[in-house]
Design a protein around this ligand. Structure first.
Ligand code: ZN
Length: 330
């Protein structure tokens, strides 16, 4: 693994626990043998782009993602064509941890009839951040910490093995390559984010999607809206954040591709009225990946884009082409 800091040391012991809980989880799945389909690739449907990306990387085949670029998983509800695709799928992969709040009941019902796996639910609870708005729930945005996403990859791999055991060796090789790339991404993020001056390590975004990112890389994270996008930020919250921007001379705040930028604009106007200019540091991919077919339309590219954009906007040094630029220069 690539967990080189003491603060994340306990991840190693948790991984063994994670494997055990994963096996327990998979034992409960109603695995339907694909005897009749043995020659064809399994039909795999995933909810978010990030989960679909992991399944493509590890499975090596096509995976249908229900939520494309710019779609908000907190509010997304399955369409008629989604229902058709989900019920026909050999394997349905969703995120869980209450991310797909509007689809949860449907997916839980579906799980009684066919292989349906909530891939983030298998993460050890002690690695999850609490959700301050709902004490019995967790912050679902685990893809923001590459080390956690690598663990989610293990669940994806096990689920793929379940529906295509004959391809297990391929899955294992693909998973190994994916993990290595995630490790390189984590090392890149640590290196460039470390160049941001310590007093500038404050990340202000439209909603609270970056908590795991902040925990992994030592940034204070403030979302205008909460963990979910379901409730709008109140005027009091905006006022509080404006004061903080002015007091701490925060240079930039960030918009998100899947959330309205209205509240971010309100912050910038509020700070300007108090004589402090705040820039839009760029657009981050929080809950959805970038355009399909682009580098940002992959998990690695999405996080690379975020890391590079945040670093440059907050006064650190990162290559213009991000991790790709760094690899090309090496
Ligand atoms: Zn979110």
């Amino acid at each position: 693994m690539f967990l080189d800091t003491t603060s994340r040391h306990n991840l190693l012991t948790s991984t063994a626990m994670h494997r055990r809980s994963l096996l327990a989880l998979l034992a409960t799945l109603p695995i339907v043998p694909r005897a009749a389909l043995a020659q064809s690739a399994p039909r795999i449907v995933a909810t978010t782009g990030m989960v679909a990306d992991a399944a493509r990387r590890i499975g090596g085949g096509a995976v249908q993602a229900l939520m494309g670029p710019g779609l908000d998983p907190h509010s997304y509800r399955q369409t008629r064509s989604d229902i058709a695709a989900l019920t026909r799928a050999d394997l349905v992969l969703w995120h869980g941890l209450y991310l797909e709040a509007q689809m949860e009941d449907f997916l839980n019902d579906l799980a009684a009839r066919q292989p349906v796996v909530a891939v983030a639910e298998a993460l050890p609870r002690d690695l999850l951040r609490a959700n301050p708005e709902y004490p019995d729930r967790f912050d679902p945005h685990v893809w923001m910490d590459p080390a956690l996403w690598a663990m989610v990859g293990e669940t994806v791999q096990a689920a793929l093995d379940g529906v295509a055991p004959e391809a297990a060796a391929t899955h294992a090789a693909n998973a190994e390559a994916f993990r290595a790339e995630i490790a390189a991404l984590d090392a890149y993020a640590r290196a460039v984010l470390g160049t941001v001056p310590e007093t500038s390590r404050i990340l202000v975004t439209a909603h609270d999607a970056f908590g795991y990112f902040g925990r992994a890389y030592g940034f204070e994270v403030l979302g205008i809206q909460g963990i979910s996008t379901e409730s709008e930020a109140g005027l009091a919250r905006i006022g509080e954040l404006v004061d903080l921007l002015v007091e701490r001379r925060v240079a930039a705040v960030f918009v998100e591709s899947s959330v309205s930028d209205r509240s971010v604009r309100a912050l910038i106007e509020g700070a300007a009225a108090k004589g402090h200019a705040v820039a839009v540091g760029g657009e981050l991919f929080s809950d959805a990946m970038g355009p399909e077919g682009s580098y940002e339309g992959t998990y690695i590219g999405m996080i690379d884009h975020n890391v590079t954009t945040i670093t440059r906007a907050l006064g650190g040094e990162a290559p213009a082409q991000g991790m790709q630029g760094r690899l090309a220069a090496a």
